[in-house]
Design a protein. Structure first.
Length: 193
């Protein structure tokens, strides 16, 4: 069963913006929810690993009390424009500011998704030895041609390995792969260029 990311907000633009941002860095089924009650119902019936909630949904106190029986195996992210006064912010794994630029939003999401994917699923063990070598070099900033030259393989083979890595790990960006490699001790942090 595919694992899902729930995006809970009444705002159409916010739903689409969050979904587009996530799809740049991670592959998962995305489900849009309008109320906290729908979130809990969906979680009970499906395989969910991340819930991203707009703080506007927390304004309804009745639903909010029910929602905060958070399940530990799920990542919870709050999206707000007031991070200082975010309601019950200690309950969330991360808080994202609606007004921040892409450069400030993507890295925390990549960290969250690669940590969850790496530490809990250990998908890097699914990579072949050669895919792991390619991943390390890509994370260190090597181009496809430089990886090919270093490993004495063709550029086409490197591209095939990268497609396999992306498919197995569900991480699309080089920065996401770099974070993943560091978090899983595949490369030392001080070697990143």
């Amino acid at each position: 069963m595919a694992r899902s990311i729930i995006i809970g907000t009444p705002s159409y633009l916010l739903k689409r913006g969050i979904a587009a941002t996530i799809s740049e860095i991670f592959e998962a089924e995305i489900v849009f929810i309008d109320t906290l009650g729908q979130v809990n119902l969906y979680i009970d019936q499906n395989s969910v690993f991340c819930v991203i909630i707009d703080d506007e949904l927390l304004a309804n106190n009745e639903e909010s009390r029910l929602f905060f029986d958070l399940k530990k195996q799920i990542i919870y992210i709050l999206v707000t424009d007031d991070t200082q006064n975010a309601p019950r912010k200690s309950k969330f794994n991360a808080i994202l500011n609606k007004n921040h630029s892409k450069e400030k939003i993507i890295p925390p999401l990549e960290n969250i998704f690669t940590q969850e994917h790496g530490e809990n699923n250990q998908n890097y063990s699914l990579l072949s030895e050669r895919e792991t070598e390619v991943l390390k070099l890509v994370a260190l900033g090597y181009t496809n041609q430089a990886v090919a030259d270093k490993l004495f393989i063709s550029k086409h083979t490197v591209i095939s390995h990268r497609k396999n890595i992306t498919s197995k790990l569900g991480i699309k960006t080089v920065s996401g792969l770099t974070v993943y490699a560091v978090l899983n001790n595949l490369i030392p942090k001080d070697q990143i260029q």
